[in-house]
Design a binder for this molecule. Structure first.
Ligand SMILES: Nc1ncnc2c1ncn2[C@@H]1O[C@H](COP(=O)(O)OP(=O)(O)OP(=O)(O)O)[C@@H](O)[C@H]1O
Ligand SMILES: [Mg+2]
Length: 241
């Protein structure tokens, strides 16, 4: 389980993440939504130890990411696919991670097949990858250590419709097998289809959280039958007013 508790991050006088609390549970996909600049990436970066909190905590299975003995096998992370080493091929990228984590060699070919990178593509350098190919490689890297928890920031970015559907199935299946998925996305429709639970941020604060079905039902008439998109706009514009 992921637990974020009273998390706050300030940059100088600006509060990017303001007293944020939520959980993401096993067997469920938790959608993390919010307008540009709401604080989603900042929260996820703190969760995986790439940034520090000003106060509050973010833990996986009760421990901070930096305290996990074998983080790659416990938490699969895809934050910024453009952060990959561009001089390496896709296969080299996975092989280095496979060795670092002490995993069997055949895991690399398994992941390449899973994410749909052909032998020809996997021997191309990442600098020559399309955005969607980088995302696929990033998802392969995240899944390499067979983690129970996935943290994904905008993983559908750059994926074509087939790729988006493929990823939706992959995340659903991962959660159905008991995994925990925390997924940020701008694609409201994607979140609407795949998420079980929602956390909505606006200006660094949680403006709604809970099971998707409950939030949609409660918003029913107010959202004017507009579904999650209308609910999202109502919640986040309300927070900005
Ligand atoms: N290192 C930093 N220094 C100063 N401000 C920062 C820093 N990192 C993030 N911020 C600010 O914190 C706020 C939240 O940014 P964040 O990237 O978390 O938003 P986001 O919800 O991921 O947005 P998007 O949907 O555009 O990805 C923004 O106003 C951003 O400018
Ligand atoms: Mg972001």
């Amino acid at each position: 389980m992921i637990a974020v508790d009273a998390l706050t991050r300030r940059y100088g006088g600006f509060t990017a993440v303001d007293d944020v609390s939520f959980t993401a549970r096993p067997g469920r996909v938790t959608g993390f939504l919010g307008p540009n600049g709401a604080g989603k990436s900042t929260t996820l970066r703190i969760l995986v130890g790439l940034s520090t909190a000003t106060s509050g905590t973010a833990t996986v299975g009760g421990r901070r990411y930096v305290d996990l003995p074998d983080p790659g096998r416990e938490v699969g992370v895809l934050l910024d696919a453009s952060a990959q080493h561009v001089g390496r091929t896709g296969r080299e990228t996975l092989t280095i991670a496979q060795r670092t984590m002490g995993l069997p060699r055949d895991r690399v070919e398994e992941m390449l097949a899973l994410v749909g990178l052909t032998p020809q593509e996997s021997s191309r350098r990442v600098r020559d990858y399309s955005l969607g190919m980088r995302q696929r490689l990033g998802i392969g890297t995240a899944l390499l250590g067979d983690p129970a928890v996935l943290v994904l920031d905008e993983p559908a970015n750059g994926l074509d419709p087939g790729g988006i559907r493929w990823m939706r199935g992959l995340l659903r299946d991962f959660a159905d097998r008991g995994g925990t998925v925390l997924l940020s996305s701008h694609l409201i429709h994607e979140i609407e289809v795949v998420a079980d639970d929602l956390v909505v941020l606006a200006r660094g604060r949680v403006v709604a959280r809970g099971p998707k079905a409950d939030l949609l039902r409660a918003a029913g008439p107010a959202a004017g039958g507009g579904g999650l998109e209308q609910l999202f706009l109502d919640l986040t514009e309300g927070a900005l007013a």
